[in-house]
Design a protein. Structure first.
Length: 223
C-alpha cells in the first residue's frame, strides 16, 4: 500500500483568529518505510497522525491509500478501512480495563468480523512482544511498558499495511524503550509502513526517514 498525504491542513478558531494546527503537510509512505516525526508538544504531530488515521477530518488536503481518498468514504467505511488496514498505537494507556490482555488484542480482530477466533494469532503476537505470560491479566496489573507492548500487539492483530505510533516511549525506562522501538522497527522490516511521532530525539535513530514538525509545518530532516 502506498499512502500519499497531500497539503493536509487542520484549522481551529482561537479567540476569533484562525490557528493552523497542521499547515499543508505532504508525505508519502511505501511498504517497509519507518518514518519518524519529531517536534515539541503542541507542534501538530498528534493532529497529523489522527487525520491520517481518519479520526480527525482535515480542513483541506487529502489522505490517499492506493488511489482511495480516505475522506471521500463514509464514516462507517473509514472505520472499516482503519480497522483492516491501519494499526494505531495511541499516546498513553489505551487498553480497556474490563478486558484481559488477550481480549484487548483480539478486539480489532472481532470488529473486522474475521473467520475463526484469532486466539492463536493473538497469542503469537503476545509472545513476540514478550508478554505471553500476561495474556489473562487485566491492564491494572501491567506496567507502562507492558501496556505499550499489548497495544502494539493489538495494533498488529489484523496485519495492517500502515502502523501509526504516537509517542511510544513516554514514561518508559531505557531498556523498555529499546525493546518497544525494536518491535516497531521489526514491523517495518516485515513490510509494514510505519509512521511514528515523538519528542524523543533518541527514538528517531530507529527510523530510516526523519521529519520535524514545527508550528504545524512538516519539514524533512537530514538523517
Amino acid at each position: 500500500m502506498v499512502v500519499i498525504i497531500k497539503n493536509l491542513t487542520k484549522e481551529y478558531s482561537r479567540g476569533g483568529r484562525v490557528f493552523k494546527a497542521v499547515d499543508s503537510a505532504c508525505l508519502t509512505l511505501t511498504p517497509g518505510d519507518f518514518i519518524s516525526i519529531i517536534g515539541k508538544s503542541g507542534s501538530g504531530k498528534s493532529t497529523l497522525l489522527n487525520m491520517i488515521a481518519g479520526l480527525t477530518v482535515p480542513t483541506s488536503g487529502s489522505v490517499t491509500f492506493d488511489d482511495n481518498e480516505l475522506f471521500s468514504l463514509s464514516d462507517t467505511e473509514i472505520s472499516n478501512y482503519r480497522n483492516l488496514k491501519i494499526g494505531y498505537v495511541p499516546q498513553g494507556q489505551s487498553l480497556l480495563s474490563k478486558l484481559t490482555v488477550l481480549e484487548n488484542v483480539l478486539l480489532p480482530y472481532h470488529m473486522a468480523e474475521k473467520s475463526g477466533d484469532g486466539a492463536e494469532t493473538a497469542e503469537k503476537l503476545l509472545e513476540k512482544v514478550g508478554i505471553a505470560h500476561l495474556s489473562g491479566s487485566y491492564p491494572k496489573h501491567l506496567s507502562g511498558g507492558e501496556m505499550k507492548r499489548a497495544a502494539i500487539a493489538r495494533a498488529l492483530i489484523n496485519s495492517p499495511e500502515l502502523l501509526l505510533v504516537d509517542e511510544p516511549t513516554g514514561d518508559l525506562d531505557a531498556q523498555t524503550t529499546d525493546d518497544v522501538l525494536s518491535l516497531i522497527k521489526s514491523a517495518a522490516g516485515s513490510g509494514t509502513a510505519v509512521l511514528m511521532v515523538t519528542h524523543d530525539t533518541d527514538a528517531v535513530s530507529y527510523s530510516n526517514r526523519q521529519y520535524e514538525m514545527r508550528s504545524g509545518k512538516l519539514l524533512e530532516s537530514a538523517k
